[in-house]
Design a protein around this ligand. Structure first.
Ligand SMILES: *Cc1c(COP(=O)(O)O)cnc(C)c1O
Length: 617
């Protein structure tokens, strides 16, 4: 396969920024509509027409028809002012062009309007959902036959699904121990019992002949949580403060929502410090696990993030899981590990192909370990190029997927297929997202030869852009390491303080907002979470860290069309020029890009580009 073959294949997956594939997409949409019209027409061919011809030409009918036509024209006119996210000039948030398979899959399902809450109303699409989940499971390294999951309205709800299940599991283990303490005088070790593992759980159930309806009384979920907590306190000899959730400082906002929605209270939220690369600091995580154990506070779950919302960093999933495995072997504590891979899960499609070498070793190791964790959040409506709303929750096996009001997970297994609604937080669920993912999987495939090529090119495009920017404009200070395809940078002269850099970066962002040419976004990393990363970044600039946060311009390189050399040749210099002009306006000094600005560098490393700059810059 040559690079050009890759490019051609990729170009056959998207409509194109200027509707290049219009004729083809039109004919596919027409084919879908034809089939749908025909299906309706022919299903019960002897039934009467409910809307006869004379009706369809009556005055009130035609008036109504005209009214709709007028409003459709109005709507399509209004929509021309919508944010144009398909163009490569849009590098703002985590959204871009939809793929054609995803769009067509979504559209097909929409016409049939199935509700995947139950097979009774989605005979076909609930099967497609299971197949699409299996395809995503294979992509992240789960065994597709063992893995379970479902589509959600997004990453937020998928994260909630994980909290729900982790709580179910912890509650089972703890309430059994509490029952044994109350009724069999078995001493209660809160931390150990809350992490006892299913094997130990069933041993104890068998040993004491426990009837599960009895342990229900001691559940913090199914019974009265306040009564159960005071019973735990009485047996433990110290006040029970409830479980903690360990989430890295680079977390998405949804984790705060989740802890609040499930009623754990914000002080159950323990933030894991980050290292100088903005990734989970595993040593700090180990310290927090020790602290939780010492304080008798069970760990509901440890969360890692693969592809952070701010800068696309990937936490060391492998090393976090190693740590949890070691602790399980040494102390018998079974702790839930969830990976919020809403954005970054799709980078796993590179694994096993030549392009996996594009990933820095830490990121490759982290993504390769996804298959070892309990559960994963994915957002097909981000890097899956699927229309909104489409998130996915995946669990490694049925055990991790189990949730119910109060039943042993094994007892429910037979029901799993039929009563999907019992296993999802959401009730009615559109099949559109599932079908979009299914068609993507069938038409492109989530392996390195299919989707992996697209995702790999977004990383290359981001690096090319970053290197050219850094080489052309000395005041551009890219955040490093660049783990994936999100480039964050601030604007600063040598020795400039963080406060002044923030002011300039903020002001340039406002100029981008006011200008129609490119859409970028802005983010702000707090010193509280990103202390080491900010220190390293500012050390390079040589400026004081005199602010509580670092403001960054953020460019998300999801758009597949940056892979086109002509697009790059025109748009990269245009961006460099626009940024230079904005910066001149803000800094008060005239500024021209450096001589090689405007020319495209080869795919050089961003670190090389930065270090190759003359030292006085
Ligand atoms: C986007 C995102 C979410 C939330 O997903 P929604 O689909 O917006 O609900 C959660 N975590 C991470 C890391 C994300 O990037």
């Amino acid at each position: 396969m040559t690079d050009l073959d890759h490019l051609s294949r990729m170009n056959a997956c998207f409509l194109g920024p200027r509707s290049e594939n219009e004729a083809w997409l039109r004919s596919e949409m027409q084919a879908i509509l034809d089939s749908w019209f025909g299906w309706r027409r022919d299903l019960f061919p002897n039934d009467p027409e409910a809307i006869p011809y004379d009706e369809r030409v009556s005055v009130p009918f035609l008036q109504q028809r005209e009214r709709l036509a007028r409003q459709i024209t109005r709507l399509t006119d209004i929509l021309r002012d919508e944010v144009p996210k398909h163009t490569p000039r849009y590098i703002g948030h985590m959204v871009s062009e939809m793929s054609m398979p995803a769009l067509l899959g979504h559209f097909s399902a929409l016409l049939h309007n199935p509700n995947n809450t139950s097979k009774e109303v989605s005979k076909v699409t609930s099967v497609l959902e299971a197949e699409a989940i299996a395809a995503l499971a294979s992509m992240v390294g789960y065994g597709p036959a063992e893995a379970c999951g479902h589509f959600t309205s997004g990453g937020t709800v998928a994260n909630f699904e994980a909290i729900w299940r982790a709580r179910f599991r912890l509650d089972h283990w703890l309430s059994l121990a509490l029952y044994l303490a109350e009724e069999h005088s078995v001493p209660l070790d809160v931390f150990a019992s809350a992490h006892m593992g299913w094997k130990r759980y069933f041993e104890l159930v068998a040993l004491y002949g426990v009837d599960e309806t009895k342990t229900r009384h001691y559940s913090l979920v199914a019974s009265n949580p306040f009564e159960a907590a005071s019973l735990i306190s009485a047996h433990a000899g110290s006040p029970y403060k409830g479980p903690v959730v360990l989430v890295p400082g680079n977390k998405h906002f949804s984790w705060l929502k989740g802890v609040s929605v499930f009623g754990f209270g914000e002080r159950a939220f323990w933030t894991v410090p980050l290292d100088a690369a903005g990734r989970t600091d595993v040593t700090a995580l180990a310290d927090l696990l020790n602290k939780a154990e010492k304080e008798g506070r069970p760990v509901l779950m440890v969360v890692s993030v693969a592809g952070t919302t701010e800068a696309g960093e990937v936490d060391p999933v492998d090393r976090v899981q190693d740590l949890l495995d070691e602790r399980k072997a040494a102390r018998g504590h079974d702790i839930w590990h969830h990976v919020d891979a809403a954005y970054g899960g799709f980078f796993a499609s590179l694994l096993g192909g030549a392009a996996e070498n594009l990933l820095v070793p830490e990121v490759r190791a982290a993504l390769s370990a996804l298959g070892r964790v309990q559960s994963i959040t994915l957002d097909p409506h981000k890097l899956g190029y699927v229309p909104y709303s489409c998130g996915a929750f995946l669990a490694r096996d049925r055990e991790a997927y189990s949730v119910s009001s109060f039943h042993a997970p094994y007892l429910d297994r037979a029901d799993l297929g039929a009563s999907v609604w019992a296993y999802t937080l959401e009730g009615s669920r559109s099949a559109a997202g599932a079908t979009a993912v299914w068609l993507t999987s069938e038409a492109i495939g989530f392996g390195p030869e299919g989707f992996g090529e697209i995702i790999a090119s977004t990383i290359e495009n981001c690096r090319l852009f970053a290197a050219t920017l850094a080489a052309s404009l000395p005041f551009v200070r890219p955040l490093r390491p660049l783990d994936t395809n999100i480039l964050c940078f601030n604007l600063a002269e040598p020795g400039m303080s963080l406060t002044e850099a923030n002011r300039r970066t903020e002001a340039v962002f406002r100029k981008f907002v006011a200008s129609p040419h490119f859409s970028v976004s802005k983010t702000s990393l707090s010193l509280e979470s990103y202390e080491k990363l900010i220190a390293a970044h500012m050390a390079e600039i040589g400026g004081a860290v005199d602010a509580e946060a670092m403001v960054l311009l953020r460019c998300v390189f999801m758009n597949p069309f940056w892979a086109n050399a002509e697009v790059r040749a025109q748009l990269v210099p245009a961006f460099v020029e626009e940024l230079a002009a904005h910066y001149s306006g803000v800094s008060g000094a005239g500024f021209a890009p450096m001589p090689h600005g405007g020319k495209l560098l080869g795919c050089v490393d961003i670190d090389e580009a930065v270090t190759a700059r003359p030292s006085h810059l």
